[in-house]
Design a protein around this ligand. Structure first.
Ligand code: GAL
Length: 434
């Protein structure tokens, strides 16, 4: 029998090709709302508090009265902190305490399935998917990933890309530099910037996930997509010389970062790039939405070093927890989240592309249109820091190891912990000894 992990990776592969293959259109017509049929409160739980995040969420809220009911009061329950670093703890307490929100933001993949579905906390959504004809609208790969034992358990609203290098164009032009495509170029450019007193790379890891994410992009860029995927199935040896080399590259990159990185959030760190005090950031494309919200137009982008042709993917989804208050109002929220109108309102503001295959590309700006193209042709790999590649417990163990590493920079100790984490996750069989 296939493990859930191998199913996930197979699904990701199908996912990429299915984007092209799935026919457009065919969505069932809105049946219209009976005003007043739905009433009461509807609590939506997320960590979307920054400019582009909040704007995207609000765009969907704005559609709710017309699409569902003007008599439902939406409660925007947010817990600030990128990647859900703080929100997940609050959510866990509430879910385990029998006090779920109406619906909550959760990443497609292991974060959803291992944490909430296999443990029996979510309602299956097969009836809703059938009613909305979503089995023909979402790529098959996406449907597979949100499904468990043949039933879908959450509605994907977007696709984000994690392996993007964002840079301040003016800083590069003023200093006669080209944005780096390889690690060797990165270090050459970084030395030149450092000599000019400009911080080369600006992470904001007051939530350690931001550095874990930089590491994941270095693993992809250094190992290549297949060996990177193998890290999550036990096929790639965490103790190998190739992983050592990747971690040494990450270690070297950390010598070019802002000294206050651990006190800044990802969007505060982006301000350093916007102001030209720093030159580059390796971050997901929610940063694009932050730039748009902050009206910063001098931003350039490219795949992070060594990752051209690879799309490090994640998706935000919403589901229906068992015991959710006001489940009919929640179901209408889910209907909106999965709808063409909902995704076309949300994604251009959020810096992501639609999970659906039929959104109107002309509603999206140049960056997002380029992302849509890449999504269709690139090799898809699952993001570690954003719940796609590994279970929550495994991600947390890696985050803890990364916290130690950004301070002690001890590659050998780091590699040992990463290797042990794979064993602890019951994916790698051998005991980690280096
Ligand atoms: C990711 C999430 C994105 C974005 C980002 C920063 O985990 O999927 O939608 O919000 O965190 O908060």
């Amino acid at each position: 029998m296939l493990s859930r992990k191998s199913i996930w990776f197979m699904a990701m592969a199908v996912f990429a090709s299915a984007v092209m293959a799935v026919a457009c259109g065919g969505e069932k017509k809105e049946e219209g709302v009976t005003p007043g049929a739905l009433k009461g409160d509807l609590e939506i739980f997320s960590w979307w508090t920054t400019g582009g995040e909040a704007a995207g969420l609000q765009a969907m809220y704005d559609l709710y009265p017309k699409t569902c009911s003007p008599d439902v009061k939406i409660i925007n329950a947010t817990v600030a902190g990128g990647a859900g670093f703080n929100a997940r703890q609050v959510l866990t307490t509430r879910m385990l305490g029998g006090d779920p929100p109406g619906s909550f933001q959760v990443h497609m993949g292991h974060e959803l399935t291992d944490t909430w579905v296999t443990t029996g906390y979510m309602e299956p959504l097969d009836a809703l998917f059938a009613q909305e004809n979503w089995t023909n609208i979402f790529p098959k790969g996406v449907l597979d990933i949100v499904s468990y034992e043949g039933k879908p358990y959450s509605v994907p609203v977007n696709i984000h890309r994690a392996n993007v290098l964002w840079y301040n164009k003016k800083v590069f032009t003023d200093n006669n530099l080209k944005p780096p495509t390889t690690f060797a170029e990165f270090f050459t450019v970084a030395d030149a910037l450092k000599a000019k007193g400009i911080t080369p790379l600006a992470p904001g890891d007051n939530g350690i996930w931001a550095s874990t994410q930089v590491m994941e992009t270095v693993l992809i860029g250094s190992l290549g997509p297949d060996a990177y995927k193998g890290l999550w199935t036990g096929k790639t040896d965490w103790k190998s010389a190739e992983v050592t080399k990747a971690l040494e590259t990450f270690q070297r990159m950390l010598t070019y970062v802002n000294s206050d990185h651990s006190s800044l959030s990802w969007d505060q760190a982006n301000d350093l790039v916007i102001k030209g005090q720093a030159a580059m950031s390796i971050m997901g494309d929610w940063l694009h939405a932050d730039n748009v919200a902050k009206k910063f137009e001098n931003s350039g982008w490219m795949p992070s070093p060594g990752t051209a042709g690879v799309y490090d993917a994640l998706s935000d989804t919403f589901g229906l927890p068992k015991k959710a208050p006001n489940p009919e109002a929640v179901k209408c929220w889910l209907k909106l989240v999965g709808s063409k109108a909902g995704q076309e309102a949300f994604n251009p503001k959020k810096g992501s592309i639609c999970a659906r295959t039929d959104c109107d590309a002309s509603l999206f700006d140049t960056y997002l249109q380029s992302s849509m193209q890449d999504w269709k042709k690139d090799t898809i790999v699952p993001s570690l820091a954003h719940g796609a590649a590994a279970s929550q417990g495994w991600v947390e163990e890696i985050n803890d190891a990364t916290t130690a590493f950004v301070t002690d920079r001890n590659v050998s100790a780091f590699q040992g912990r990463l290797s042990q984490a794979c064993v602890n996750a019951k994916v790698c069989k051998t005991t980690a000894t280096r």
